[in-house]
Design a protein around this ligand. Structure first.
Ligand code: HEC
Length: 127
């Protein structure tokens, strides 16, 4: 009897742990996406089409449009440039836009936007 009890409760515990381990982080906190070489290549493509004109191909903030609109942009190649921002704040700005930046709403899927966040953060790590 005790044996069955212990067995079933440990089974329950195992189930519980495996369920909680697969639970994604609460929305709006951490980046829920695991980057793959393909998803990052796709993010790079979107960046090239929709973002580089302002933020610059390398993310240094020196795109042609930024220059003609006289925008002052952060330099994402500097490790400190985004340390005051969470991934979800970046996600919101990319989706909705901010100030003179147009949002991606309706163009990029949420997963693509999360991958863009990861892509942007990786820009300071490329030497
Ligand atoms: C028309 C120029 C323009 C384009 C195109 C543009 N941005 Fe921006 N972006 C800005 C400006 C200006 C800001 C600063 C907004 C503010 O704080 O008022 C900004 C801010 C951001 C921020 C918040 C961090 C920061 O630097 O202040 C992120 C993240 C970002 N852009 C990502 C993107 C991505 C990803 C794309 C392409 C999908 C994109 N941007 C396209 C102009 C642009």
């Amino acid at each position: 009897m005790l044996r069955t009890f212990l067995l079933s409760s440990s089974l329950l515990l195992v189930c519980f742990l495996s369920v909680t381990a697969q639970e994604p982080p609460p929305a709006g906190q951490a980046n829920p996406v695991k980057p793959t070489p393909e998803s990052q290549a796709h993010a790079k493509k979107i960046w090239g089409y929709d973002c580089a004109l302002c933020h610059g191909e390398k993310g240094d903030g020196k795109g042609d449009v930024a220059d003609s609109m006289k925008l002052t942009l952060r330099d994402y190649t500097k490790p400190d440039s985004l340390k005051d921002m969470t991934d979800s704040q970046m996600f919101d700005i990319i989706v909705k836009g901010k100030g003179q930046m147009p949002g991606e709403e309706g163009r990029a899927k949420p997963d693509d936007v999360w991958n863009l966040v990861i892509y942007i953060r990786s820009m300071s790590k490329k030497g």
